[in-house]
Design a protein around this ligand. Structure first.
Ligand code: TMP
Length: 207
């Protein structure tokens, strides 16, 4: 079982993932928790280049290719071996982030970005994708309020970029409706956690 968490900045998906994973481990599930871009030493090095605020000259196609390369490394070194051992992999962002950010918001085209990513991942696709959906304005407020959050290169984008990201995710949730579940991330942390756990437990074998 390969589960991905998707959504905009400020949607709380990472905090929710941490809490959900603790609950699932307590219930006896064998979980690998990972993230993108990154997840292995090589992929994390590519993440650093991609998200470095100083790299303002990074070209949009180069950005898409770097992220796809880091994804390839992550899939080969970590995701596939874990799935082959029967583990449940929960990944904070995956291929759909590239479709939304590089494909739609950067304007490279969803199909073009899908093609380079299919070259990278081959048949390693998520069984379940949770979209933590949030109005961009609320996400912005949350990011501004969180002084501890590290600002990355993509955080410097204009508001319009995030509106495009949100719309793209909603489109993707229709295109891939069999694997997508939408979680209303504007609710309280507790409620988002409960909704997320319910969806995931419906998918997992009973413990
Ligand atoms: P994070 O803040 O969730 O760790 O994500 C890091 C940033 O990387 C975030 O702004 C989204 C961006 N990103 C892409 O643009 N494309 C991708 O494929 C991934 C995985 C992340």
């Amino acid at each position: 079982m390969f589960i991905t968490f998707e959504g905009p900045e400020g949607s709380g998906k990472t905090s929710i993932a941490n809490r959900i994973i603790k609950t699932l481990i307590d219930k006896g599930y064998d979980i690998v928790h990972t993230r993108e871009p990154g997840g292995t030493p090589i992929a994390e090095q590519i993440r650093d280049v991609t998200l470095d605020k100083k790299n303002t000259a990074l070209d949009a196609r180069a950005e898409a290719l770097l992220i796809a390369a880091s994804r390839r490394q992550h899939v080969v070194e970590k995701i596939r071996p874990a799935l082959a051992e029967g583990k449940i992999v929960i990944c904070d962002r995956y291929l759909d982030s590239s479709l939304a950010y590089q494909g739609a918001a950067r304007g490279l085209g969803i199909d073009t970005v899908l093609a380079i990513n299919l070259f990278a991942v081959e048949d390693t696709l998520p069984n379940l994708t949770l979209l933590f959906d949030l109005e961009p304005a609320i996400g912005f407020e949350r990011i501004k309020a969180n002084k501890n959050r590290e600002v990355n290169r993509l955080d410097l984008e204009e508001r319009n970029f995030y509106i495009k990201v949100r719309n793209a995710y909603l489109e993707l949730s229709k295109k891939y409706k069999d694997r997508y579940r939408i979680i209303d991330a504007s609710q309280s942390f507790e409620k988002v956690y409960e909704d997320t756990l319910k969806v995931i437990l419906e998918y997992l074998p009973q413990k």
